[in-house]
Design a protein around this ligand. Sequence first.
Ligand SMILES: NC(=O)c1ccc[n+]([C@@H]2O[C@H](COP(=O)([O-])OP(=O)(O)OC[C@H]3O[C@@H](n4cnc5c(N)ncnc54)[C@H](O)[C@@H]3O)[C@@H](O)[C@H]2O)c1
Length: 355
Amino acid sequence: MSQQQIRVGIIGAGSISDLHIAGHQRSSRSNVMAICDQNAERAKAKARQYGIPHYCTNYKELLSLKDIDAIVICTYNATHAQIAIDALASQKHVFVEKPLCISYEEAQEIEAAVKKSGKQLQVGFVRRFDSKVEKIKEMVDSGAIGEIYYAKMSALRRLGNPGGWFADKEKSGGGPLIDVGIHLLDLCLYFMASPTVKTVKAVTYKKLGSRNHIKNLSYYTAADPGEGNNTVEELAAASIRFDNGACLLLDTSYTLHASKDETVCIIYGTKGGVEVEPNFVVSTDCYNTILNAYPQIDQDVSHLQSAYPKQIEGFIDCCMNGSAPRHSIEDSLLTMKIIHAIYESAENGNEIFFE
Ligand SMILES: NC(=O)c1ccc[n+]([C@@H]2O[C@H](COP(=O)([O-])OP(=O)(O)OC[C@H]3O[C@@H](n4cnc5c(N)ncnc54)[C@H](O)[C@@H]3O)[C@@H](O)[C@H]2O)c1
C-alpha cells in the first residue's frame, strides 16, 4: 500500500467502539472515514462526537464506499462471520473483535474467505499486546521457562453478565467462556505456541441466574442491556490436554457466590513458572533455592490503556506493510475448535477426543 494513511470504517458503535475510534484517530497512519450501527441515533451520535464524515445503518453501504481500506467489526458475536466474509469479498482488510465468530464451522468459512481475498484479518485478542504478556512471550520463546507442561487460567466474575445480546446465546454464541475466558485460553495457546489439541472435558452450569436484585456493584454492560432472556452458561470449567502432553485447567464465570472477582493466569515450565495474574512473578531455581523474581516493567492500571493503541498500530502495520497479524485466522481456528469442544463436552457429558 503506497498511501501514508489507511482509511477505516467502524461497524458497531457500542461500548468497545470508543477504544477503536480513539486509537485510530490518535494514530498518524489512520483516518476513520465512516461508522455504521443498526441503531441510527447511535451511529449519528458517534459520528458527531468523533467528527467522522459518514454514518449509516447498513454495513453493506459502508462496505460499498470506495475510500475505505479496512473495517473494524465491533458488533454482536453472531454477526462477525457474515460481516467479515462480506468485507473480505469487498477487498477490505478486516479487524474483528474477539471472538472471531461463534462456531468452528464459521471460522473455517472465514479462513477460506481470507485466503480467497488475499486481504489481512486480525482478531482482537488485545491481551497479546499487554506489556507483561509481550515480556513473558519473549522469555518463553527464548527458552527461559523451558517446556510449558501445565497452565491454570481463571476469569471469575462474581457478578458480571453484561446483559442484552451478551446474555442471548443466539447472538453471543455463549456466556463467560466465549466472552472472557476466551482471552485466557488465547494467552495459554500463545505461550504454548499453538499446540495441537488432543482432548477436552468440560462442565457448564446455570444455577444463579442474572442476579439483577444485587445493587451497588457496577460492571461492564451491553449498549442495550435490556431485560431480555438469559440463555447463556454462567460458569464453565474445562480440562484441555494437548498432544505434547501439556494440560490447561480453565474456569470462567459471569456469576458465582465468590467473595471477589478473580483473574488467574499461570504457566508452569520445566525451567520456571510465570504468574501473569494476579501478580507478576517469575519463579525458578537458582543457587539451590527457589527464587521469586518480580519483573520491573511499566504497567498500566488497565491493560486497555496501552494495549489497545498497540493492537491498533499492529493492525495498521498488517494493512500497510503486509506483516503477519499477532492473532491470525489460524490462531482463531484453534481457539474456536477448543471453545466448540468445551460446549459440546459440557452438553453431552463426554470427553471429546481429537484424532
Ligand atoms: N477485546 C475486548 O476485551 C472486548 C471488550 C468488550 C467487547 N468486545 C467485543 O466487541 C464486540 C462488541 O461488544 P460491545 O461491548 O461494544 O457491544 P455493545 O452492545 O456495546 O455494542 C454492539 C453494537 O453493535 C451494533 N450492531 C449489532 N449488530 C449490528 C449489525 N449487523 N450492523 C450494525 N450494527 C450492529 C449494536 O446496535 C450495538 O450498538 C463483541 O464481539 C465483544 O465480544 C471485546
